[in-house]
Design a protein. Structure first.
Length: 372
């Protein structure tokens, strides 16, 4: 099977191509549990003819998937528009189609399959809600959800090419590559956390004219790591992200918080290359807190500025110089460390507050409050 150009349930679309690098400090930011910058090709597929789930007969599927398909058709599966077999070499699989996603899965757990379509659509609406104006995709996003790690690794080694070895070092979680989120089952809550986080990276890489600096990209992604489900509807609650809150609490207690100016310049690849696990925890927990601070602190008085920052990134209107603007817009170019260090600070000063030392005091006070 060739994964660069495969059949899709809804057809084929073309995207730009972003090249990666195997060297951390040259260009590409490596994330563990998060995005390692996506390479945009043609969305992959390989499912058989799909059938609508509302008012139609049972589609023709294989013996291994017949039971779960019948279950999904008979039970309430919110968000699901169609279902079909997925012909693949890793195991019995299905292609679940929603309004904005094509989900290729070998994970045939009934509860997960009933909930995943609604979860992904709720995440999509959450991503759109970060912006001041609605946006709409015309081509669905692709998700691969595997039943176990061996399937995930086998797929990755064929799908990711030269970057496969780097992706396979991820202990548990997901990555985004070729425009697709690639995930395996690590338990319901953690799998949804990985999908929610990676889904933001996938979303903004698809629709934003400019790539985002690391503090902003990772900070927003962590808003979608904790969700609740009620009557088929998922909601996201960043205030209940105990993993990030515990990391932030530890950082503050041990007095190793990064200065705000340094946080704005940092990226996970640099931190990871230092082999300092505490520093990586600090970066993520503080980026999570910074985005919450900009959205929530003082009754949300900075929310409009925050949304303008994202909105201008969406439309390509950041006030960048020629070189920085070209780096931001051209995803054929690897995102270099220096670009992130300069642009991360510049955008914060322009859109949020030019007095970083003053706002840092308010930010740290917010960190202390949310960890108490």
């Amino acid at each position: 099977m060739m994964f660069g150009s495969l059949r899709s349930c809804r057809g084929i679309g073309e995207f730009g191509l972003e090249h990666g690098s195997s060297q951390f400090m040259k260009a590409v930011f490596v994330r563990y549990f998060v995005l390692i910058w996506a390479i945009w090709l043609i969305p992959s597929g390989g499912c058989q003819e799909s059938q609508q789930t509302s008012g139609v007969a049972m589609p023709t599927v294989g013996r291994e998937t017949e039971g779960i398909v019948r279950y999904l058709l008979q039970e309430r599966t919110d968000g699901l528009e169609s279902i079909a077999d997925w012909d693949n070499e890793y195991g019995p699989g299905l292609c679940l189609t929603t309004k904005h996603y094509e989900i290729y899965t070998t994970l045939l757990d009934p509860l997960m399959l009933r909930q995943t379509p609604a979860f992904m659509e709720a995440a999509y609406q959450g991503y759109v809600a970060q912006l001041s104006k609605p946006v709409e995709l015309t081509i669905p996003l692709t998700v691969y959800l595997f039943a176990d790690r061996p399937q995930w690794e086998a797929f990755t080694r064929q799908f990711a090419g030269a970057q496969a070895e780097m992706y396979c070092k991820i202990r548990a979680g997901a990555y985004c590559h070729n425009g697709a989120c690639v995930v395996y089952n690590i338990g319901r809550k953690r799998t949804f956390a990985a999908l929610g986080h990676e889904g933001w990276h996938q979303f903004n890489m698809r629709i934003f004219r400019y790539r985002l600096p690391s503090w902003l990209d990772e900070g927003v992604a962590m808003l979608f790591e904790v969700s609740e489900q009620s009557n088929g509807t998922f909601t996201f609650d960043p205030a209940r992200n105990n993993y990030r809150l515990d990391g932030l609490r530890t950082t503050l207690r041990q007095r190793r918080a990064m200065a705000l100016g340094e946080l704005l310049k940092s990226n996970p690849g640099e931190v990871l290359a230092s082999n300092n696990a505490d520093a990586l925890l600090t970066f993520y927990s503080q980026a999570y807190a910074l985005v919450r601070f900009l959205r929530e602190a003082d009754q949300g008085r900075r929310l409009e500025r925050f949304q303008r920052l994202l909105g201008d990134g969406l439309t390509g209107q950041w006030p960048l110089g020629e070189y920085a603007g070209r780096m931001a817009a051209d995803r054929n170019l690897p995102r270099i460390v220096e670009w992130n260090r300069v642009v991360g600070t510049q955008l914060f000063r322009y859109y949020i507050d030019d007095d970083i030392e003053r706002i840092e005091k308010e930010y740290l006070a917010f960190c202390a409050r949310i960890t108490n």
